[in-house]
Design a protein around this ligand. Structure first.
Ligand code: KG4
Ligand code: ZN
Length: 337
């Protein structure tokens, strides 16, 4: 079965053709990062307008040359309402005009299914760690549409913290990849940043205090004329943030008796995180599955992959399907499933 995936929940217009839920025939992503750079973050109105401009060329590039799809899978949430509407409207139009069924997909859940595209989905139940610009959570995945949050950020998402710290360091936007790039040249022990909620006894995170600590440290060192190299600050911030994420992930897996861990979302591209979590999982006897970087960041192939599984399980979305900016985990509301 050939599935067309469509993803427009944030600032990437994406379409992909995936055969039988696992074989990628095309995977097209048009990033809007250049449009949002000067604002230091995603501007919802600009994002929605850019999706309108990009969606048709992206769909053409993904579909042309391939056979007509048998199913269209689309992200219905969570995300920016104006952005979601563009993808869902396109999916409805194609579903109606081609006479093919449509299935609704939760964007955050799809991140946990991206490894399917590389033939590497672990057995249920598994632990999912989703770390992106909009989400930071640990969830137990007991089966399709059975994703229960164990812990999540109480304030900033991990990618958001990376981007905000990078902005204060003058590293541009998005800053996550830049911090990843320069941190190995710095000393992770140079600045003693806090490890927020490390001993909280739960699996939640709080990253805004760490971001503030970094900003205060910079202001303070400027006042004292003792400015540290930017690489040291980046490395120290990263060490603090990742230590909490890695420790809590391993603890959640151990406490819940889960042996397989899947990591996804844009920050899962981070080399230090992949290394640290890989080593921690190995020490604990856990299997870590993390897709290639291009499948960690937002893409439509993961939407097609999860859409295929949901279709096989009997889910369908009608032409009255809505968008759900605050969609929770656990599939999509029954009214559209
Ligand atoms: O999953 P994604 O593409 O979009 C959202 O759903 O948010 O994630 C984007 C986020 C941004 O905050 C970006 O800075 C971060 O992922 N990111 C990274 C890296 N690559 C992307 N953060 C740290 N290291 C990276 N290599
Ligand atoms: Zn995402």
């Amino acid at each position: 079965m050939l599935v067309l995936g469509i993803e427009t929940s944030c600032d990437e217009s994406a379409a992909a053709m995936v055969e039988d839920g696992c074989e990628m025939l095309s995977n097209v992503v048009a990033s809007q990062v250049d449009l949002h750079r000067k604002y230091g973050g995603v501007v919802p109105e600009i994002a929605a307008r850019a999706h309108v401009d990009q969606i048709i060329p992206v769909l053409e590039e993904a579909v042309v040359g391939e056979a007509r799809p048998d199913l269209v899978a689309v992200t219905v949430g969570p995300g920016l309402v104006g952005s979601l509407l563009v993808g869902v409207s396109a999916a409805k139009g194609l579903s109606w005009s081609w006479g093919i069924p449509m299935v609704a997909v939760n964007h955050v859940e799809a991140h946990a299914y991206a490894p399917v595209l590389e033939g590497r989905l672990p057995q249920y139940p598994f632990l999912a760690l989703v770390v992106s610009g909009g989400h930071t959570l640990l969830a137990e995945v007991g089966g399709l549409d059975e994703m229960e949050i164990l812990g999540q950020t109480l304030d900033d998402a991990l990618g958001e913290a990376y981007d905000k710290v990078a902005r204060h360091l003058g590293l541009g936007y998005p800053g996550g990849p830049v911090i990843d790039e320069i941190a190995p040249a710095g000393d992770p022990a140079a600045c003693a940043f806090p490890r927020p909620m490390m001993g909280s006894g739960d699996y939640n995170f709080s990253l805004s205090g760490l971001k503030t600590a970094v900003i205060r440290f910079m202001e303070d060192s400027e006042r004292r004329d003792a400015v540290r190299p930017v690489e040291d600050i980046a490395a120290s911030f990263q060490a603090a943030a990742l230590e909490v994420v890695v420790r809590k992930t391993v603890r959640a897996a151990r406490d819940c008796g889960l042996t397989d861990v899947v990591m996804g979302g844009g920050v899962a591209c981070n080399r230090a995180l992949r290394l640290m979590l890989g080593e921690a999982c190995e020490e604990e006897g856990l299997r870590l599955v993390c897709p290639s970087p291009s499948l960690c960041t937002d893409n439509a192939a993961m939407i097609a992959a999860l859409g295929y599984l949901r279709y096989q399980a009997g889910h369908r979305a009608g032409l009255d399907v809505d968008v759900y900016p605050n969609l929770k985990l656990g599939g999509v509301p029954r009214t559209v499933a």
